[in-house]
Design a protein. Structure first.
Length: 411
């Protein structure tokens, strides 16, 4: 995958932008490449067409090949369908922008049967591996969601996280209604899909501290003993699978949620995982780091369940363990990434809050703490105390705004 990461230059991006997406006769003046953005597998650029901002994404060679080979059973197709579905429900995300119609015809569709040229274009561009360059890659022009990431917020109230949960609940209501032609769309293997927690075992050797390794080993065992035997009763749906403060776009002046970006981890999996992934990351948020990590998770849950009414009693009973499983996945795969890149202290810095959250939830000597967390999560699901059901307006959430230390004292 790394060998096939796109390596398009600014000039090449400007050329393809003019070729496939600019409409005016004076195309050079209407199209601009503002800057390249960080991306793990793809090439992302902030661009402008007629002074309107967009995200231009040059897809990794692996995903490009999968899409061109089987367009309607690929990650790119799933993401596009999700974006269009969210737009129908008034939720802002990275909606694909159609290429200019007359210019799409310049690209031979005969070579790529089934490709939806209303959502993608195809261009020949270089990748990191010279042996594989140049090659045909999928390019998408996507709506730019204006605002700043939640992670940029210097301070955060519990109501902000409740609102994040409300947005997530609305998103999953929309995704439950998404109809696609392929019944197995999204059912591919993904290491960050929490159905596969057992597959963390080969990576345990990269965790350097014995107590941390033992902690994750115990979590995997609990997952196999408590989750897997009942997992066939969990409902399944399309997930974003990565609702965290780096992907949530906010209007920092008003504090409202503007939209959500980055659906690269989207899969079809257990519906309950959507909210437990978000809860795990909320524990590491600005508010969570003020000593309110469990309350931060409860806030996401309150917002989510105020809108999304379909979580079963069984699913709710396993929420805490599934949150723990996501944290365990994050620190374990993070340890593997650090092993591959030992000079990257950034990875260690961002792993520490996750380890702290794991220790809080699993290593507290008084086992009553787990029961106290469950009680707080149960209270969070009593949405009427925190959210107006009809208008989804934020009311008083002081009943769940409990510090971690206070929660331990209440055992």
């Amino acid at each position: 995958r790394k060998l096939l990461k796109p390596k398009a230059s600014v000039d090449q991006v400007l050329e393809l932008l003019q070729k496939s997406y600019c409409k005016t006769s004076d195309e050079k003046s209407s199209c601009k490449v503002i800057k390249e953005l960080d991306s793990y597998d793809d090439n992302n650029f902030k661009v402008q067409i007629n002074d309107i901002n967009y995200l231009l994404k040059v897809q990794n060679g692996v995903e490009s090949m999968k899409y061109m080979k089987n367009p309607t059973n690929s990650a790119i197709y799933l993401q596009n369908e999700i974006f269009k579905q969210l737009d129908k429900h008034g939720l802002s995300s990275s909606l694909p922008i159609p290429p200019v119609e007359e210019k799409v015809q310049d690209i031979s569709g005969d070579e790529f049967p089934g490709v939806d040229f209303s959502t993608v274009s195809i261009h020949t561009l270089p990748v990191l591996s010279e042996d594989h360059s140049p090659r045909k890659l999928i390019v998408r022009l996507l709506k730019w969601v204006d605002g700043s990431t939640m992670s940029d917020a210097k301070t955060m109230s519990i109501e902000t996280l409740v609102e994040g949960g409300i947005f997530l609940g609305k998103m999953d209501v929309a995704l439950d209604a998404l109809e696609v032609s392929s019944s197995n769309l999204g059912e591919w293997y993904h290491a960050w899909d929490q159905k596969h927690v057992s597959d963390l075992r080969p990576y345990l050797k990269y965790i350097t501290l014995d107590r941390h390794r033992s902690m994750v080993e115990s979590i995997i065992s609990r997952f196999e003993q408590e989750i897997l035997p009942v997992a066939d009763q969990f409902r399944v749906g399309f997930l974003m699978n990565d609702f965290n403060d780096a992907n949530i776009i906010m209007n920092l002046d008003s504090g409202s949620i503007a939209g959500v970006v980055d659906f690269g981890d989207s899969v079809k999996s257990w519906r309950v995982l959507e909210v437990t992934v978000a809860m795990a990351y909320a524990m590491l948020s600005t508010y969570g780091k003020t000593g309110h990590s469990v309350a931060a998770a409860a806030a996401i849950l309150r917002g989510f369940t105020s809108v999304y009414k379909n979580l079963s009693a069984l699913e709710k009973s396993h929420i805490q363990l599934l949150v723990v499983c996501r944290l365990a996945t994050s620190v374990t795969l993070g340890a593997f990434s650090y092993h591959q890149n030992p000079g990257n202290e950034y990875l260690l810095l961002h792993a520490k809050p996750a380890w702290d959250a794991l220790e809080l939830l699993t290593m507290n000597p008084d086992k009553g703490f787990s029961a106290a967390v469950d009680r707080l999560f149960d209270k969070a699901c009593d949405f009427q105390t925190g959210v107006d059901e009809k208008n989804y307006t934020l009311l008083d959430n002081s009943d769940i705004a409990i510090s971690d230390s206070e929660l331990m004292q209440r055992i």
